[in-house]
Ligand binder design. Structure first.
Ligand code: HEM
Length: 199
């Protein structure tokens, strides 16, 4: 068996990013299903959309950490190297589009004045089209890596090879729990929005 690496390092970061990727793949798929019949599935659309915000933020933090370590010249991150050129260029684009998509959705339901709705609605739909195209490339580009690294903290044999598996799993659980709390908090707004939108 390969020696246990003292510091989680780059493999720990990849495991966290990949397990978040796997979680987001499931949540984004469910969110996608709600779009098929948005009229009847508007409340699940809003709830799942809010639930996935903390995991998305943790994913952005985990990938930003890798980027910062790489540019600071950290030996291990330099050895792993940057993402493939297209994925590297798409990275910041995906972050911006995801923030615009989620913020415009939340703005529509919670807080934005009614007069902003038409613009926010257009921004929400337009950013979704661009986001979907970018995300399709991102998921296809990372699917194999996600399948390789996401299960490693959950399989006893590979789990003990890299330190920090428990804290990574607690971070994942905390992000999901925060998402569920936020989803419950948005429910009354979703009901009001539905009533004001569908009368
Ligand atoms: C809204 C959702 C998502 C956002 C904002 C996001 C963002 C990012 C960013 C900025 C990077 C760094 C650039 C790159 O390497 O491509 C990245 C890497 C990665 N993403 Fe995503 N991503 C999302 C969803 C997903 C999904 C659904 C998957 C699953 C297939 C995934 C799997 C990965 C993997 C495996 C890496 C590379 C990890 C590494 O080698 O350190 N991502 N993501």
């Amino acid at each position: 068996m390969r020696g246990r690496s003292r510091r989680p390092g780059v493999e720990g970061n990849t495991r966290l990013t990949s397990s978040l990727g796997a979680l987001l793949l499931v949540l984004l798929f469910l969110e996608g299903l709600t779009i098929v019949s948005i009229g009847s599935l508007l409340t699940p659309h809003i709830v799942i959309g809010v639930l996935l915000i903390p995991p998305v933020l943790l994913k952005i933090a985990s990938t930003s950490w890798r980027m910062v370590r790489y540019y600071m010249g950290h030996r291990e991150y330099r050895r792993k190297g940057p993402p493939a050129p297209l994925l590297r260029i798409l990275g910041p684009v995906i972050v911006v589009l995801t923030v615009v998509l989620l913020a415009s959705g939340v703005g529509l339901v919670v807080g934005a004045p009614t007069s902003w709705r038409p613009q926010l609605f257009t921004i929400h739909r337009a950013s979704f089209v661009l986001w979907f195209a970018a995300m399709a490339i991102h998921v296809l580009g990372h699917l194999v890596e996600t399948a390789r690294f996401a299960p490693r903290d959950f399989i006893p044999y590979t789990r003990r090879q890299v330190n920090g598996a428990s804290s990574r799993q607690w971070a994942l659980a905390a992000a999901l729990t925060l998402g569920v709390i936020a989803a419950f908090a948005v429910l009354p707004y979703a009901a009001n929005w539905r009533a004001s939108f569908f009368g």
